[in-house]
Design a protein around this ligand. Structure first.
Ligand code: DGJ
Length: 730
């Protein structure tokens, strides 16, 4: 049983073979956090918590002067009646105060994992894969039940948490804060790591020791954002890529979020993640329930690498859905960087002929095919093919592409509207705005108000028509600005601060409906590259365009940072022209291919300009990618050398049965008279013999993992080499 209830001690023990999570009910009503970490077998719960009355720590229980909420490690703490640290939630009641008293009421333990209504979440395929504990706390004065959900997976070191407020009382309240999880660690000797960036420079890694007080990352942009990813990790100070305790927390949400860590004067570390409480509130009426998004909490005793591999397995197999979940993805060509808006049907057809000859499987038509969109200034909202560019419509082009043996894919940006569009002229109130105030443009566009049911329904109908209008196998769902004037014409004043979250519920409903209607379409999400690379989007669309930066050197870092949480099968990676559009750098075609083939390989260059030699290289690399794509998509990732720390970097993917692996090595700048570099591989069978790139010489797994694979000395910048390692059977 992965969840045990020890009634005499008031202790819940959630465990699998490697992880334990312990909660204790104290004084019959408070929920204390005892432990989260490596599996413990026997516990003496009463020896875990230590109590001592401290000056200025309020005495919450008059009969027990040593007890204070201010120093109690808790599961879902409140503010205002003893604990001065950051609360997990705050509710304004009808008397205008924010004092609540949620006490333990009951609990339930069952096999399986319930889904969250209207929200993306990790799932189980069979009930025996996980067990769930629901603890119900009740504020009897308010008549509100607080349900805390904990699911522990049997085979994955993951605990999924969320909370819901169920209003059974009689006066409406306002929820001002409701995090998805909160945990108090008993010490503060941690580093924290998170992913930050901006457009074209997403998910750079930052690791810092914790300081006393609060440290946090967040987004208030109406999207998870390029700037911060809804993820952070705590690492023991000596933890490395492969060793040491690491705790990763990721939020299954695509909107405004906050992740915060607070170290107090007694070295307790409180961490939480959830909807950003800034500019948020939710009116909860009697009879209604508010459900938070889900937080995924991973424990690893094997450093960051162990944490990432658990996230990868979880997201790939129990968060992503649909027929593409367990399939390698088609090698695609996207016309964006080749043509931008400047294309005709004939130009696309010429590109398609070359693409097909190179072995490309999917031809994606990007922005500019609808309305009169010859630049980024118009037509979002008018989703009808531009007959000047496409005289035979989308279907005519799709049929041509198919006649060349490829599938056809299409770019859309459904959530946006251009002021210069028929849609905006007809429905000027359909965008987020505040009446009587300016509507701030970004990329010349406004955001449709998806907190409105009618706008969402229109989107569903419109894109059902678009996706039925041709034989479409793939859709790139883009979103190219963040929210301003995040208010809705449909909501009353007291609900305006609900707009951003209602928007997320709206977009999730639209995506769920379209995904179900078009189960054969492979959806790729995009937000100016990786501005919404989060588990929420991956629940509906199993891959994301990683970044608009396709420069090979930059991409090595971006993909490395992204791999902290997200598996390669979720990352779109394309080979583009040089000089690179974002940084002007010229890198060899081979390196560009080697970087892109460490994820879902695609091409986004002007194929019409390729010479014979370049075509030969691309054909060769596509052929090689076909040999390794299963490893990239389904293998275990080991990060061998960190591109943020030097000019050499390397990663590898190993099959879980240890029979095959692929190693990617990249050198960005050459060094004069360099030392030899030996890459110590991982994930192989120590005693098995391996062949590398079909060379005759055999290597023992032990040798490759302990002594290492020697990288050749090469006098060149932008050098890359890929090693396919295959076990030989005697
Ligand atoms: C932003 C995307 O990231 C690009 O790949 C491209 O699709 C453009 N939008 C098109 O407007």
């Amino acid at each position: 049983m992965p969840i045990e209830w020890k009634e005499q001690d008031g202790v819940f023990h959630l465990y699998n073979q490697r992880v334990s999570y312990l909660i204790q009910i104290v004084h019959g009503k408070y929920l204390a956090h005892l432990y989260w970490g490596k599996r413990v077998h026997t516990i003496q719960p009463n020896s875990i918590l230590s109590f001592k009355g401290r000056a200025f720590s309020p005495m919450t229980e008059s009969k027990d002067p040593s007890f204070s909420l201010d120093t109690l490690p808790q599961e879902y703490p409140a503010f205002g009646n003893g604990d001065f640290r950051s609360p997990a939630y705050q509710i304004k009641t009808n008397d205008g105060t924010t004092i609540t008293g949620f006490n333990y009421d009951s609990h339930e333990i069952f096999q399986g994992k319930p889904q969250l209504k209207g929200l993306p979440a990790a799932y189980v395929e069979e009930d025996h894969e996980a067990e769930t504990l629901v603890i119900t706390m009740v504020d009897s004065k308010l008549g509100i039940g607080l349900h805390l959900y904990y699911t522990i997976y049997r085979e994955l070191d993951v605990i999924a948490r969320s909370a819901s407020f169920e209003h059974l009382g009689s006066n409406e309240v306002e929820i001002h804060k409701c995090m998805s999880m909160s945990v108090d660690f008993h010490h503060s000797d941690w580093d924290w790591l998170h992913l930050h960036g901006t457009w074209a420079r997403e998910r750079y890694i930052e690791r810092k020791p914790l300081i006393h007080g609060k440290q946090s990352i967040s987004s208030a942009r109406g999207a998870s954002s390029h700037q911060h990813n809804p993820f952070f990790a705590l690492l023991s100070e000596n933890a490395t890529e492969e060793y040491g305790e690491t705790y990763g927390v990721s939020l299954v949400y695509s909107g405004n979020f906050q992740a915060s860590i607070e170290v107090d004067s007694f070295e307790t570390t409180r961490l939480s993640i959830g909807i950003n409480p800034f500019h948020f509130s939710w009116l909860l009426k009697p009879g209604e329930t508010f459900q938070t998004p889900e937080a995924l909490m991973v424990y690893s005793a094997d450093g960051l690498g162990g944490m990432s591999r658990t996230f990868h397995r979880l997201l790939r197999t129990r968060l992503c859905r649909g027929m593409y979940r367990d399939k390698t993805r088609p090698i695609l060509f996207n016309n964006w960087e080749a043509t931008r808006f400047d294309f005709t049907e004939n130009k696309l057809k010429d590109l398609a002929v070359i693409a097909a000859n190179l072995g490309i499987e999917l031809f994606v038509l990007d922005d500019g095919w609808f309305g009169h969109r010859n630049n980024a200034k118009s037509s979002l909202g008018d989703w009808v093919a531009d007959r000047k560019k496409l005289p035979q419509g989308l279907n005519g082009l799709a049929e041509y592409i198919q006649s060349k043996g490829m599938k056809f894919g299409l770019w859309v940006e459904p959530e946006m509207v251009s002021p210069d569009s028929d849609l905006y002229r007809k429905h000027p109130d359909w965008c987020l705005h505040v009446p009587g105030r300016g509507r701030t443009l970004s990329r010349n566009q406004l955001v449709l108000d998806l907190s409105r049911e009618d706008v969402c329904n229109w989107l569903i109908d419109t894109f059902t028509k678009v996706f039925n209008s041709a034989s479409i196998s793939y859709v790139k769902w883009d979103m190219n600005r963040n929210m301003t004037e995040a208010a809705s014409a449909k909501l009353p004043p007291e609900r305006q601060k609900e707009t951003a979250h209602r928007y997320m519920l709206g977009i999730y409903r639209v995506l769920e409906t379209l995904m179900k209607r078009f189960p054969k379409i492979l959806f790729e999400s995009c937000s100016g590259g990786g501005g919404r690379f989060d588990p929420g989007m991956l629940y509906y669309m199993p891959q994301t365009w990683t970044s608009d930066d396709t420069d090979a050197v930059e991409r090595v870092k971006i993909q490395y940072g992204t791999s902290m949480v997200y598996p390669a099968i979720t990352m779109g990676a394309h080979v583009s022209d040089v000089p690179n559009h974002q940084v002007g750098r010229i890198t060899p075609l081979q390196m560009r291919c080697h970087v892109a083939m460490a994820a879902n390989l695609g091409f986004e260059m002007n194929l019409a300009r390729l010479n014979k030699k370049e075509k030969m290289i691309i054909k060769r690399e596509i052929g090689f990618y076909r040999q390794i794509m299963d490893l990239v998509c389904f293998g275990d990732l080991y990060r061998l050398l960190d591109p943020f720390k030097g000019t050499d970097s390397a990663i590898m993917y190993a099959a879980s049965d240890q029979t095959r692996a692929v190693v990617f090595y990249y050198k960005t700048l050459a060094m004069p008279n360099p030392p030899f570099l030996r890459l110590k591989l991982r994930g192989l069978n120590s005693l098995a013999k391996y062949q590398i790139n079909n060379d005759e010489r055999l290597y023992l797994g032990d040798e490759l993992m302990k002594i290492g694979l020697t990288i050749p000395l090469v006098k060149s910048d932008f050098f890359s080499k890929v090693y396919l390692i295959q076990q030989m059977v005697d």
